[in-house]
Design a protein around this ligand. Structure first.
Ligand SMILES: *Cc1c(COP(=O)(O)O)cnc(C)c1O
Length: 377
């Protein structure tokens, strides 16, 4: 069976269609202003994002991977220093660690929340540990409060990989809330088109509350200079284009409504999938919100791949994020990971992400959940 138009995982065409006049105006204005690099749109967008996140400094850059790399460069780490992160994440997180000649120390994740297991982080700390990178996978936070306490105790930096959870809140036991990405020393995000806040190409940003770190990050992203042609540190070239910033300015205004729509889509999936012993719907943490970059179920009876095929046959896309944990990847196989990471390995065999976007309507969702219900009946 095929749907016309086909059911997409992410529906940017519809999303952009609904705000087309705003986008066209911003795109044309930016294009014709001719300030393609470091135009005024970039600083205005950075200020608006800082206001939304309630964070002192936002430094835009070229993409989310660069954001992570620049964050680690800004911490002044030495080759061989250890950086602890999750074995179950997108490759970018570990890639930048290895690229900078630092040592990626992988640890397992929580089986229901898919984020760093804080006890295992504690067990992995050595005298060479310098930083921790929690990944807020699928749209909700790693447990930042105990993680920050652990980092403080050992003098470690925390760099949040917030590429999937922009806009999500984290709530401390005191009741105080903060946006994810603003809890650690540095937060990183991506504006890849399919992220919750995406541009029309590549983009990324770093957040920090620390003025000295912000200055250093801005310097590194701009060839290590704060005065033109005066290079104080080795940097790189990582910029957000003015046109992308103009697009992001428009889309940021809609992010709160889109986040709410994602949460409603998720709740409808939960209802549509009730009664299935074989399916675990996404667990929500109590200490914060979930912004559902992905709606990821666990298929518990070994039928994940069969379900994926059944959905595909019915014209319904689904994705496996991620099919191979990092410690099983060839590029990272040279390190001895001991007994491996059983939860990450198990998750890679049971997770399945269903179509998720703010535009997903009830009748399409009904077809998706009915197909899953029928598969198991
Ligand atoms: C998307 C993503 C990145 C990288 O972002 P790019 O902009 O594609 O470089 C990093 N980490 C996670 C968890 C991501 O989902």
């Amino acid at each position: 069976m095929a749907f016309n138009p086909p059911i997409p995982m992410v529906d940017l065409k519809t999303q952009h269609g609904r705000i087309r006049s705003e986008l066209d105006k911003a795109l044309l204005a930016s294009a014709h202003a001719g300030r393609f690099i470091n135009g005024p749109e970039v600083a205005v967008f950075a200020a608006e994002l800082a206001d939304y996140l309630q964070v002192e400094h936002v430094i835009p850059c070229a993409n989310g991977t660069d954001a992570l790399q620049i964050a680690l460069m800004a911490l002044g780490l030495k080759p061989g220093d250890e950086v602890i992160t999750a074995s179950f994440t997108y490759v970018a997180t570990a890639e930048v660690i290895a690229l900078l000649q630092l040592k990626p120390v992988l640890v397992d994740v929580h089986p229901d929340h898919f984020t760093l297991d804080v006890d295992q982080v504690a067990a992995a700390i050595t005298s060479r540990s310098k930083a921790i990178i929690p990944v807020h996978l699928y749209g909700q936070g790693a447990d930042m409060e105990p993680l920050m306490a652990l980092a403080d105790k050992h003098g470690l930096f925390v760099v949040e990989d917030n590429a999937q959870a922009l806009g999500a809140d984290y709530q401390f036991s005191s009741g105080i809330q903060a946006k994810l990405g603003t809890v650690g020393h540095i937060g990183c995000t991506s504006f890849f088109p399919s992220k919750n806040l995406g541009c029309m190409g590549d983009g990324g940003a770093l957040f920090t509350r620390d003025q000295a770190l912000a200055d250093r990050i801005a310097m590194i992203a701009n060839h290590g200079q704060s005065v033109k042609y005066q290079h104080d540190v080795v940097g790189c070239n990582s910029r957000l284009d003015s046109i992308q910033a103009a697009v992001l300015q428009v889309k940021l205004k809609h992010l709160p409504a889109w986040t709410l729509a994602r949460q409603q889509v998720a709740d409808r999936y939960d209802v549509g999938l009730t009664g299935l012993d074989q399916v675990a719907v996404p667990a929500r943490i109590t200490q914060g919100s979930h912004v559902f970059h992905q709606y990821t179920i666990k298929v518990l009876d070994g039928q994940r791949n069969a379900l994926k095929q059944c959905l595909a046959d019915a014209g319904i896309p689904s994705m496996i994020y991620y099919p191979i944990p990092l410690h099983k990847q060839k590029a990272y196989a040279s390190v001895d990971y001991g007994a491996g990471f059983p939860i990450s390995e198990q998750l890679s065999e049971v997770v399945l992400s269903l179509p998720m976007h703010p535009e997903l309507d009830e009748s399409t969702q009904h077809i998706i959940t009915q197909t899953i219900q029928n598969f198991f009946s």
